[in-house]
Structure formats: structure tokens, C-alpha cells
Write a protein of this length. Structure first.
Length: 50
């Protein structure tokens, strides 16, 4: 089980969206789950919470 903190900067937004995921996904799984490679995502940070 892994815990992840996700911060996403989307086009057209002033502030990043912050959320967390607690589950059995690895880093790549979290990126796919949240759609972080979509064209409206300017930048993202995925950090594992220990």
C-alpha cells in the first residue's frame, strides 16, 4: 500500500489542485489514474508520503 500527494497545475487556473491517493498504485499508476499527461495539465508533482 502506498500513499501519494499529488499537486496539479492546469491551464487556465491560478492555483494548483492538491489531492492525495491511498492505495495499491505505483507512481506511474497514479499519473495514469489522475490523467496527468492530458493536454490541459501544465505541470504536476507526485510525491510519496512516508
Amino acid at each position: 500500500m502506498a500513499n501519494w500527494k499529488v499537486k496539479v497545475w492546469e491551464a487556465g487556473r491560478d492555483r494548483p489542485v492538491e489531492t492525495e491517493h491511498h492505495g495499491n498504485l505505483d507512481r506511474e499508476g497514479v499519473i495514469n489514474f489522475f490523467g496527468l499527461r492530458e493536454p490541459d495539465v501544465v505541470r504536476y508533482e507526485v510525491t510519496e508520503i512516508k
